[in-house]
Design a protein around this ligand. Structure first.
Ligand code: SF4
Ligand code: ZN
Length: 708
């Protein structure tokens, strides 16, 4: 048998199963029964992306299967093989979607099954920054559980997102591999068809970030091949169904590596790779480079541990800024005052504390360098959360003097002590900020009296000074803005313009961050944008900003306004924290954040709203933005400002209330403006919304019509 025969046979087998399953479902539920994956705006995403057709019912699914059949041509040629691979994948997607009829959660923990759009949007930034350098798909059981777990752990330590299908899941459970989305190891399911859930992630990335049009199969395949760094590790024995599915992966540009002695297709199907060599061979096949931060500590340090949670019972000691004095601080000094790589521990160490006890801690990172500026202090400081969280068995929450750190028993028993916190901070600051930090030393202090003194006499006054400076930072007060094109790895024509009063839509890049990024890497993603030639100050349009946008979008975008949602609004890549859309009945806007899964008065969920914009295209009436932008005086300034906000999810409203109320008071003299803004506990119905807003006297009702 040739490889073609195997693929065709596998494809035919899956097709037969799918046909039977759809017919069975129609018999049971009727052809009009609704069918789609939950928490996505793309119904049955892979099929939608390949054909441009949105399936809504079982009857339509049956028709879709007819379309899939047309892909199943049988010439023994590469093209036919790849399309049969795609057809196999689509059949798998149909089989999987049937599991979701009348059941939002057919998968049981630890298996995830279908992943929501919101999860994909959170992956955007880490994938572009290389924080998640790749996506591994492991299929089947390794020869031994030890080898399987070792492979998974090796990827996890590199920050690679690992998805598991089949026997490997039980091997990981047996070997106590910590799993879950927050640890970047996601078991999808035991059936081979569940592999489609990771394919669906790659495909939706193309729709969400890449502006690939549904139905443009060639554009889709080019996008996944060039921009989604995924690969497959399939363990022996392979059957024809796995091989046919593998052909689908190859069609998307994902190489398949296996330990089986089977056919070889150079660069695409790579046989006879021993489990121990799979990691290196996979990275090589997909050309993935791993950033290594070598740190001298007794436990692992990897971004995969960032979301790890340490429960009370597993904890050796805790530092808790809500109960006792704690703080973290970056302090710029003169070079003569610093001895590079000096780590000092002042006060009792971890082994002098009782198990489960709470203590004070302060760590002060002192830096010096010719190009160092005070403005960078908070930029470094905000990274500490991530640095400390990346230590295996250490959890960090909060910032400044409201931090909490837990250290697990396992990590303590592995020999982790306070000086290692110093090592982690030193190595990361030196590594990430090498361009401005020449020398760095760290003091870790647990002497309670000294911590109290540092907190109140040094740290708090410094924080206050910084806050005052931030509060006076307006767009008018600076001479330049910054562009950010970090997301172009996924969204090739998207450009953010970052100003003091409008942070990047991902929420992670403030004007100060962009400034620091520019100074650290002058030819990097953030460039200086002047704003000397105003065209229209009302909507925030400048000739020089337009020129920058034209250049950095490679001509995809002509002009952009900074302060309007209706006229030349800023584009979105897809990783925005919030999406804002106009609500015609109230003459205002509704905003939904990524964490909010429910309905909005626009009749759309976050995912559906989010799908209205993205891929670096201007869509008047919809705007992706950061959470922090909601309280800004520049929010929709052209349309009258924050007074247009009529509806927010309750949680988000609470998060932004202080800022938003302050802004509304200053702009319109309104007290407690958030009391006039509806949320899901009040209504998600547009008519009820208007009635409620009328009762509250919401200002949007009396403003100029949003749509002329
Ligand atoms: Fe992406 Fe914009 Fe954030 Fe830069 S500022 S990382 S381009 S979303
Ligand atoms: Zn983005």
């Amino acid at each position: 048998m040739t490889l073609f025969d195997v693929i065709f046979q596998g494809n035919d087998a899956v097709y037969g199963l799918t046909e039977g399953a759809i017919d069975g479902a129609i018999e049971k539920y009727g052809a009009d029964k609704k069918v789609a994956f939950p928490a996505t705006a793309y119904s049955i995403p892979c099929y939608y992306a390949v054909t441009g057709i949105k399936v809504g019912t079982l009857g339509e699914l049956k028709e879709a299967l007819g379309v899939v059949k047309t892909l199943m041509t049988r010439e023994p040629a590469l093209n036919d093989a790849l399309f049969s691979g795609v057809a196999t994948a689509l059949c798998a997607e149909f089989i999987e979607v049937l599991k979701y009829i009348d059941n939002e959660t057919p998968y049981e923990a630890p298996c995830a099954g279908h992943l929501p759009d919101a999860v994909i949007r959170t992956l955007g930034v880490p994938l572009v920054t290389g924080d998640i350098p790749g996506v591994a798909v492991i299929l089947g059981a390794a020869p031994t559980a030890e080898e399987g777990a070792a492979l998974v752990k090796s990827y996890q330590e590199q920050g690679i997102l690992v998805t598991l299908v089949g026997g490997i899941i039980d091997q990981c459970i047996e070997q106590n591999v910590k799993m879950g989305a927050s640890l970047r190891v996601i078991p999808l399911g035991y059936d081979v068809t569940s592999v489609i859930h990771v394919v669906s992630v790659a495909v939706r990335a193309a729709l969400i970030f890449g502006n690939v049009k549904p139905g443009d199969a060639a554009g889709l395949m080019a996008y996944t091949k060039e921009r989604v760094p995924a690969f497959v590790n399939a363990f022996s024995p392979l059957n024809e169904v796995i091989v046919a599915a593998g052909a689908g992966a190859i069609a998307l540009g994902f190489p398949v590596l296996t330990n089986e002695d089977t056919f070889e297709v150079p660069g695409a199907l790579i046989p006879k790779v021993a489990p121990a060599d799979m990691n290196a061979a996979s990275l090589d096949a997909r050309n993935i480079k791993i950033k290594i931060t070598k740190i001298d500590i007794p436990v692992s340090f990897a971004s995969a541990y960032e979301g790890e949670i340490i429960r009370r019972g597993d904890m050796q000691v805790e530092f808790d800024g809500s109960r006792v004095d704690c703080c973290e601080l970056v302090h710029m000094k003169e070079p003569g005052e610093i001895e590079d790589h000096k780590i000092e521990v002042i006060g009792p160490d971890l082994d002098e504390f009782e198990v489960g006890s709470k203590h004070s801690i302060a760590y002060v990172v002192e830096v010096a360098g010719k190009s160092m500026q005070e403005d960078f202090e908070p930029v470094f400081e905000r990274k500490f959360h991530s640095y400390i969280n990346c230590i295996e068995g250490v959890m960090h929450t909060g910032q400044r003097d409201m931090i909490r750190i837990r250290i697990s028993k396992d990590t303590f028993n592995a020999g982790f002590r306070l000086k290692h916190i110093g090592e982690v901070l030193y190595a990361n600051v030196k590594n990430e900020f090498a361009a401005v930090v020449d020398k760095c030393q760290v003091k870790v202090i647990t002497d309670p009296e000294l911590v109290t003194k540092i907190r109140h006499e040094i740290a708090v006054p410094m924080f206050n000074k910084r806050d005052e400076r931030l509060a006076t930072m307006t767009d008018e007060a600076v001479d330049v803005y910054y562009s950010c094109i970090m997301c172009q790895a996924f969204s090739p024509s998207h450009v953010c313009i970052v100003t003091p009063e409008r942070l990047g839509l991902c929420g992670a890049v403030s004007w100060f961050d962009a400034k620091a990024t520019n100074e650290l890497d002058p030819t990097g993603p953030c460039q200086v944008v002047t704003k000397e030639k105003p065209i229209d100050e009302r909507i925030g349009e400048y000739e020089d900003v337009n020129e920058a946008v034209r250049k950095f979008s490679h001509g995809a975008l002509d002009d952009v306004s900074l302060y309007s949602i209706m006229e030349k609004p800023m584009t979105s890549c897809g990783c925005f924290e919030c999406i804002c859309g106009i609500e015609p009945f109230s003459n205002g806007v509704c905003i939904a954040n990524r964490e909010y899964a429910g309905q909005t008065p626009l009749g759309m969920t976050f995912s559906e709203l989010a799908s209205m914009t993205g891929g670096g295209v201007q869509t008047p009436g919809f705007m992706g933005h950061g959470k922090h932008f909601i309280g800004s005086k520049k929010f929709m300034k052209a349309e009258g400002g924050v007074a247009r906000i009529v509806w927010l999810p309750k949680d988000l409203k609470e998060q932004v209330a202080a800022n938003l109320n302050k802004t509304a008071k200053e702009l319109y003299g309104i007290d407690n403006f958030t009391d006039m803004i509806a949320d899901e506990t009040i209504t998600t119905d547009p008519e009820e919304l208007v009635a409620w807003l009328t009762e509250k006297g919401h200002p949007a009702l009396g403003m100029e019509p949003l749509m002329a």
